[in-house]
Design a binder for this molecule. Structure first.
Ligand code: NAD
Length: 321
């Protein structure tokens, strides 16, 4: 069995590697050769933690496994990240554990890859301004991956606590781009692409704040009850998701579905667009919305890329297990 500690991940896979791995996996999901198992997520009644499993199987690549972990809100006081996860890969022929891989950085990279893929396929080719709502741990990964998809000329951002926006301003400096902290009206007026990446339980972005032609990647809502945008936006938009069941039950679409504004039949898997089975955006006036809920197969795809790279670089730690 191979062990890849968290500290090795950054040296093994790049954001571009993760984008390729996740894009292939979304296509396999749309092809029905890969599927996710139901998500388990429980408040364990200790350390205020939310703990769970995301798992799946890719029949083509024989990728079988799970990501186990969750959210420990008090970790930050002990110098640890609040989100903790580990990915386990199993041999699909024998069931033996093939690899244990640190999942923290990979989670950020695979989540950023998902919204970047949605921008690649759904945003207008001429998208000049990117808007980010949220400035937590995931936000810089989201922004960096998005900036690789279009020649954006400006970054605008909003966060409930504006002092946190400094981390996005740093990314803007890195890329030599102008950055502005704005209110939500300005953000909607200026941005061609909007990423939402917060842990909000109430809508932040209003339908009246979104212009025709905008592409929105809703990335923060991954649990029942969370919400980042008004459901009316989903009623107006063409909706895409990583996985339709998750989108309609734990993703941003859950609220529009509950309120009867849309049905899950109106949600298209992004993999269908990647495969060319769905046209995606049809004109420059459409609002496209990607509901990225985070699927186990994304984790398996990037963990497998890390394992392959560790083996080829000769840095994989093998243990007899
Ligand atoms: P974080 O705790 O580092 O940051 C949270 C962000 O949400 C901050 O910008 C904070 O200011 C903002 N926020 C908190 N409460 C808010 C409220 N009531 N209204 C508006 N903004 C609020 O978290 P993170 O690691 O950056 O993750 C952000 C979100 O993304 C979380 O909800 C997390 O569960 C989710 N997530 C989703 C995926 C996926 O695959 N879709 C993957 C990882 C994380």
């Amino acid at each position: 069995m191979i062990i890849i500690p968290e500290r090795e991940i950054a040296g093994l896979v790049s954001p571009a590697d993760c984008l390729i791995a996740v894009e292939r996996m979304f296509a396999s999901m749309a092809n029905k050769s890969a599927y996710n198992f139901p998500v388990v997520r429980e408040a364990i009644g200790h350390a205020e933690a939310l703990y769970g499993f995301k798992s799946g199987f890719d029949r083509e690549k024989l990728l079988l496994g799970l990501k186990s972990g969750g959210f420990w809100p008090n970790n930050v006081q002990h110098g640890l990240s609040n989100h903790q996860s580990t990915i386990f890969l199993f041999d699909a022929d024998s069931g033996r554990c093939r690899a244990v891989v640190g999942g923290n950085l990979l989670t950020a990279l695979r989540t950023a890859a998902a919204s970047a893929i949605s921008i690649k396929y759904l945003a207008r080719p001429k998208s000049n301004v990117i808007g980010v709502i949220g400035a937590g741990h995931q936000s810089t990964f989201q922004l960096r991956a998005a900036l690789d998809q279009r020649p954006f000329e400006k970054i605008v951002a909003w966060n409930i606590d504006p002092s946190m926006l400094v981390r996005l301003e740093e990314v803007a400096k890195e890329r030599d781009l102008p950055f502005e902290s704005v209110d939500l009206d300005r953000l909607g007026q200026e941005a061609d692409v909007i990423i939402t990446i917060t842990s909000s339980f109430k809508p932040i972005l209003k339908a009246s704040q979104v212009r025709p032609g905008t592409h929105i990647a809703c990335m923060g809502t991954d649990t029942k009850g969370k919400q980042e945008v008004e459901p009316e936006i989903l009623a107006r938009a063409i909706i895409f998701a990583d996985e339709i069941t998750q989108s309609a039950t734990i993703g941003e679409a859950q609220h529009a579905v509950e309120q009867g504004l849309i049905t899950s039949a109106e949600i298209t898997e992004i993999g269908a667009v990647i495969r060319g089975d769905h046209i995606g955006r049809t004109d420059a006036e459409e609002i496209t919305l990607f509901d990225g809920t985070g699927v186990g197969l994304q984790d398996l795809a990037v963990a497998s890329a890390a394992v392959e790279m560790a083996i080829s670089k000769g840095v994989a730690v093998e243990v007899d297990f």
